[in-house]
Design a binder for this molecule. Structure first.
Ligand SMILES: O=C(O)CCC(=O)C(=O)O
Ligand SMILES: [Fe+2]
Length: 340
């Protein structure tokens, strides 16, 4: 483990005796008690996660997966495996740079953050208090701002080219999936068009440290995404878990398959027919984990209309989430917009 490359708190605590002491102190609640939902041991033999084949897309299967799980694996998506593996290699190299170099390389409109995945619109981390530290670092990169990524570092220059390519592929995937969902839900074509805006595409590249006592802390604790769709790539370590009918399921990594999860905007657009899935990321005892996540949102002033929620824009939603996190330490999400 290259300690220099970690945020100072993480490298300090990675010395295992410090980690034991910190994580078992009052500072940090045990994960079982943070969670309001009863945790059953997550043990599975077979893989129950639905698989959607983009080349022979079945609207019925897509609809079922969105209703039952709010999440599915996507295969035959047309993103070249070499692009995925190169992105992952570049991410590893960039993360191995010193903490200070990463701070210097990712400046506005991109950002480097750690300790929480909750960011302000400009990409700065929203503080949630010491007991709520999430064991994650991230690069936040709005795709529309990729040209602003200064290639001072040779790896960053080629990373930018890869991300441009990846961003185009993911915009294509998001549009295809959203249009299929809109068709299945029989949404008004004109109205739903602005509910997904490819220009809002945003990439986050995360690194989760290994943790000698992984059951005492989260990589990212339980949450739903605010997006319309989130599309994740992680192929080596695992740790993503999703909630379905009060039971947690592991989403095992499968190389070259992508994970699509539905966010709060999609739940509202679908009038609660589809689920914004609750999920979390567990730490691994021995290995650090890299994931590459794409998020896409509605146009900023596109109004989301449905019979269960008062009309709102993504801007309204985001402002409410920021307020919730400041006031309560977590987001209330769609609850704040429910009609009854
Ligand atoms: O790293 C992952 O696999 C998931 C990240 C995530 O849930 C998020 O950023 O909302
Ligand atoms: Fe998430």
């Amino acid at each position: 483990m290259n300690l220099e490359s970690y945020p100072p708190l993480f490298s300090e605590l990675s010395k295992s005796s410090n980690q034991q002491e910190y994580l078992s102190s009052d500072h940090h609640q045990k994960v079982d008690t943070i969670d309001s939902i009863i945790i059953k041991p997550v043990v599975q033999d077979s893989d129950p996660i639905p698989v959607i084949d983009l080349q022979s897309l079945s609207l019925d299967e897509l609809g079922e997966a969105c209703k039952d799980w709010g999440l599915f694996r996507l295969v035959n998506h047309g993103v070249p495996p070499s692009l995925l593996s190169q992105l992952q290699d570049h991410a590893k190299t960039l993360y191995s740079l010193s903490f200070q170099s990463k701070q210097a390389l990712f400046t506005t409109p991109t950002s480097y953050f750690w300790g929480t995945p909750a960011l302000t619109p400009s990409g700065a981390p929203l503080s949630r208090g010491p007991q709520k530290i999430n064991w994650v670092e991230g690069f936040n990169i709005p795709i529309s701002q990729l040209s602003q990524l200064q290639p001072q570092h040779p790896v960053l220059a080629s990373f930018r080219l890869l991300l441009e390519d990846y961003g185009k592929h993911l915009a294509r995937l998001a549009k295809t999936i959203f249009e299929a969902m809109a068709m299945k839900l029989k949404l008004d074509e004109e109205q739903s068009k602005s509910n997904l805006s490819e220009s809002t595409g945003n990439i986050r590249v995360y690194r989760y440290p290994s943790c000698s006592i992984p059951d005492t802390a989260w990589g990212i604790d339980v949450h739903t995404d605010s997006s319309v769709l989130s599309i994740l790539y992680e192929c080596e370590v695992g740790g993503l878990e999703v909630l379905r009918d009060d039971e947690w399921f592991q989403v095992k990594p499968i190389c070259n398959a992508l994970i699509v999860n539905l966010g709060d905007m999609m739940q509202a657009i679908s009038n609660d027919n589809y689920k914004s899935v609750k999920h979390r990321v567990k730490l691994n005892k021995h290995k650090e984990r890299i994931s590459i996540c794409y998020f896409v949102f509605p146009d900023e002033d596109s109004v989301i209309r449905s019979s269960n929620y008062k009309p709102f824009t993504y801007n309204d939603f985001r402002a409410q989430v920021q307020e919730d996190i400041k006031t309560h330490g977590f987001k209330l999400g769609l609850e704040s917009f429910k009609l009854y």
